[in-house]
Ligand binder design. Structure first.
Ligand code: SAM
Length: 403
């Protein structure tokens, strides 16, 4: 691979913003990709993938390169040099990369790879928490799987097209896909491509949604004509799936505490041809009270640590702190206790997270069932989805019924 100076400089700029200015990786990549309109798909792919790679392996690379935060530009070039050597890319004769100690880098890599927190490039606290929560064997496998680059998975919008038709439509844009057994709406891209510029996307024929996330809406078993509440709807990834499962019939109420997210949901709903969704911002407990005892189905896609989706958000490894997980666990229990009142008698709800930690998942459900609010509920089934077993994101979902 021949390295192009302007692309590498864009990567260095991106790393500076992510590591030193604490900006979000996805936003930074959007920003640097706007530097030069002439860059083609391969150039853009190089910038995005190299930046994500170095973000993912920050701790390991920094240990190898012997650099500490805040990183100066020469430090960032040293991280980049480690990336080149470990990828087997010839170091160009640029002055920023002069004297790269290739053999030492390989030696340090072999040595550090024996220790999980370096090999998997994670903070000490995360390694300890993962091991304590999942046990040594499962955590070792899980964190390795969570460090793999996520494939691009699409969810067919069955309100507009069936999966086979979507595959054919994408082929016309030279996008090759394959189905995934046991995921009835999913198409996996055979090769990473930008799907957002296709007519099929603009026409709302699909959404980009990980395979594990596609399990959540069907778990709630919604029916056309029901009254369904999605209480932590965000920008609506699962709301749109619920609407498709309801065949656009019935009432779907999408709630969130952030209006900005619900605005995005409305744009996506229009594109998807979803007509049965109404958004409401949760301004106070009054918004919830008005809905008490009214829903046939309720989705609680709770805010969480996001430990199950590290493949797609590797910068979370450096932005997450244990105090956030402690705080969000309190919010999860409050959501279970307060929002479960939205369900009618006989109604069903799904509590879901994109975390693999039992304390955010089954332990929250058990704790809820042991409280007064939980006495009316029983657990029907739960699914603990591990990246190391499924090959997709880590997720949790529990189906509960109100007596
Ligand atoms: C896991 S995300 C939802 C993702 C979304 N359901 C999707 O499929 O795209 C959790 C959402 O909960 C929202 N949230 C956080 N605290 C909340 C609360 N107390 N009540 C309702 N929603 C909350 C966040 O704004 C965020 O959008």
């Amino acid at each position: 691979m021949r390295l192009h100076r302007n692309l590498v400089f864009a990567v260095i700029d991106a790393l500076n913003l992510i590591f030193n200015e604490n900006e979000y990786a996805d936003k930074v990549i959007e920003k640097v990709l706007r530097y030069d309109k002439r860059w083609g798909a391969r150039d853009r792919g190089f910038i995005a993938e190299t930046t994500y790679d170095i973000v993912r392996w920050k701790r390991l690379y920094a240990e190898i390169a012997e650099v500490k935060e805040p990183y100066t530009r020469p430090h960032l070039f040293r991280l980049f040099a480690v990336w080149c050597v470990l990828k087997g890319i010839r170091i160009p004769d640029w002055k920023q990369l002069e004297g790269t100690p290739e053999r030492r880098i390989k030696g340090r890599f072999d040595e550090l790879s024996k220790i999980r927190k370096y090999r998997e490039s994670i903070p000490d606290w995360m390694d300890q928490l993962g091991e304590k929560s999942l046990g040594d064997k499962l955590w070792t496998k899980e964190i390795a799987a969570l460090n793999k680059q996520a494939e691009v998975i699409l969810r067919t919008n069955t309100l507009k097209i069936q999966r086979e038709g979507l595959g054919t439509a994408l082929q016309e844009h030279e996008i090759e896909t394959e189905t995934i057994p046991d995921y009835p709406y999913a198409l996996k891209l055979k090769e990473r491509k930008n799907v957002f510029t296709t007519e099929s996307f603009k026409d709302g024929l699909f959404e980009v949604q990980d395979a594990s996330s596609q399990l959540v809406a069907p778990y709630l078993d919604v029916k056309p004509g029901q009254r369904v509440v999605d209480a932590c709807a965000g920008a609506g990834g699962k709301t749109l799936h619920l609407a498709a499962q309801m065949q656009n019939k019935g009432q779907l109420i999408a709630l969130d505490i952030y209006e900005s997210k619900l605005k995005k949901l409305k744009v996506r709903a229009r594109r998807n041809g979803v007509h049965n969704v109404e958004t409401r911002v949760i301004e106070s407990n009054k918004t919830i009270k008005k809905l008490h005892n009214s829903a046939d189905r309720l989705l609680l896609d709770a805010p969480c640590s996001g430990l199950g989706v590290l493949r797609r958000n590797p910068d979370s490894k450096w932005k997450l702190v244990p105090e956030f997980i402690d705080r969000i666990m309190g919010v999860q229990q409050e959501i279970l206790q307060n929002y479960s009142k939205i369900l009618k008698k006989g109604g069903q709800m799904v509590y879901a997270t994109c975390s693999v930690l039992p304390q955010e998942n089954s332990e929250q459900v058990n704790q809820f069932l042991a409280t007064e609010a939980g006495t009316e509920f029983s657990l029907i089934k739960e699914n603990k989805v591990y990246a190391s077993k499924s090959g997709y994101d880590g997720f949790y979902m529990a189906l509960l019924q109100k007596q």
